[in-house]
Design a protein around this ligand. Structure first.
Ligand SMILES: CC(C)(COP(=O)(O)OP(=O)(O)OC[C@H]1O[C@@H](n2cnc3c(N)ncnc32)[C@H](O)[C@@H]1OP(=O)(O)O)[C@@H](O)C(=O)NCCC(=O)NCCS
Length: 229
């Protein structure tokens, strides 16, 4: 049995989370710890070879199952999105409507839910984006949301990484989003002022390239983002 400092446990924990998220089947069940409770609750850590890592810590939670939305999820997706964005100062308050409009317009290319103990706790939407040079397919990420009580525990990252993997499998040239650069940089997005479409803020417009090595001109979100279609 080995004992580690909090900082070492944190670093080890980040690496475990990344490894687990790279498993697309999401069937692994692990012990989870919110970082802000680590200092008081860390008791002991047992590391048993490289393949099996068991953290014995105070707080537990399952890695979410990520699956495509079902018709019965639509109301739950609305509810999760609404409550997640409610306190966000940048929110337009209509993110749940954007998802419904994308679905009605049949351009919800990928809609994934995060499920813990059979409860929908998070959601992510991908829709087609349009490049000025007419290359395709490009995708737009968002909205993405996690129930407030379960934020900062890796659910959002699991949804985003799973979704990006799936659009890459669909042949995505790249993906755009409007969001906080601090957060999305970790998934390979970069600010891309030369591709900002009208109506989007340059300081929050981000791009991640997959098959494409470059793209010129604006890349636009579907019109369902901006109102009825
Ligand atoms: C954004 C959101 C989906 C992230 O999901 P999550 O499960 O909380 O995120 P994770 O646990 O995977 O990642 C947590 C990390 O992201 C950071 N983070 C979360 N939301 C962030 C945001 N809006 N801006 C900057 N950083 C953010 C946290 O500080 C934390 O960083 P750390 O690991 O260095 O401590 C979730 O916080 C949410 O639903 N927020 C409200 C809705 C929203 O803002 N959606 C995105 C709009 S662009």
């Amino acid at each position: 049995m080995l004992s580690f400092s909090d900082s070492l446990v944190l670093s080890l924990w980040s690496s475990i989370q990344r490894t687990l998220r790279s498993h697309r089947d999401n069937k692994l069940i692990i012990w989870r710890i919110p970082k802000n409770r680590l200092s008081e609750q860390t008791r002991r850590t047992r590391v048993n070879t490289a393949s099996v890592v068991e953290l014995t810590l105070g707080v537990t939670m399952q890695l979410p199952e990520i699956r495509k939305e079902r018709s019965t999820d639509c109301g739950l997706i609305r509810a999760v999105t609404e409550v997640a964005f409610r306190e966000m100062p940048f929110s337009d308050g209509d993110e749940q409507d954007v998802i419904d409009r994308l679905r009605s317009a049949k351009v919800l290319s990928l809609s994934l839910v995060a499920v813990i103990e059979e409860k929908v706790v998070g959601h992510i939407a991908f829709s087609p984006a349009r490049a000025g040079d007419e290359s395709c397919p490009w995708f737009a990420l968002g909205p993405v949301s996690v129930l407030p009580d379960l934020q900062r525990q890796g659910v959002g990252s699991t949804l985003i990484e799973s979704g990006l993997g799936q659009i890459e499998d669909l042949g995505a040239l790249g993906c755009i989003l409007t969001g906080n650069p601090e957060y999305y940089r970790r998934f390979g997005f970069a600010l891309s002022p030369k591709n900002v479409p009208p109506n989007e803020p340059e300081e929050f417009f981000m791009l991640k390239l997959f098959k494409a090595t470059q793209v010129s001109g604006p890349i636009s979100f579907h019109k369902a983002f901006y109102g009825d279609v």
